[in-house]
Design a protein around this ligand. Sequence first.
Ligand code: AMP
Length: 185
Amino acid sequence: MDLVFFGIQGSGKGTQAKRLAAEFGYDIFEAGGELRKIAASGSELGQTVKTYIDQGHLVPHEIIMQVVKEAVLTRPKTTKILFDGIPRDGAQMNDFNLIMKNAGRDFLCIHFLLDADAAIARILGRAKAESRADDANTEIITRRMNTFREKTMPVIQEYKKSGKVREVSAEGSVDGIYEELKKAL
Ligand code: AMP
């Protein structure tokens, strides 16, 4: 069974993903990370992607879905995938569901819960550690959080209706959250 991690920026889901992957052998697909790699490649596509990331806007649908589709199709069915940062809006959800269905892959969602103030404090800390421009500017952080609230929360609600979501509190220490995550699974 694959996993899909949801959580507001700064919820620490990326850190938890790495830990879970290391212990249980998941292959992580991190949407933001994949897009940052493309942005750094210097290609024409990369330059387009970069303008969206730098402004905190979602990268166009066709671009991200092509990356996801390729990631799913190139992995053997025996590989368990942990998706981080996809799907992020209703249109991505519809296509993601289809890609997964066609590949014969089932998934469970984890929603890491954290309030906005705590999330912002964590993101500003991460901006220093990873020197990410889109993490250092409060206006852009706010835009990304608004996108999460307005576009991604409805996706989580939709999956919740079909019983696919488990919630994990993302407050407290990395170790504490990890224990909660394992319990939820
Ligand atoms: P993240 O690392 O998840 O905070 O994502 C960083 C940036 O990558 C976002 O602000 C978007 O510009 C882009 N991005 C990440 N995931 C997606 C996605 N599923 N769809 C579109 N853009 C995305």
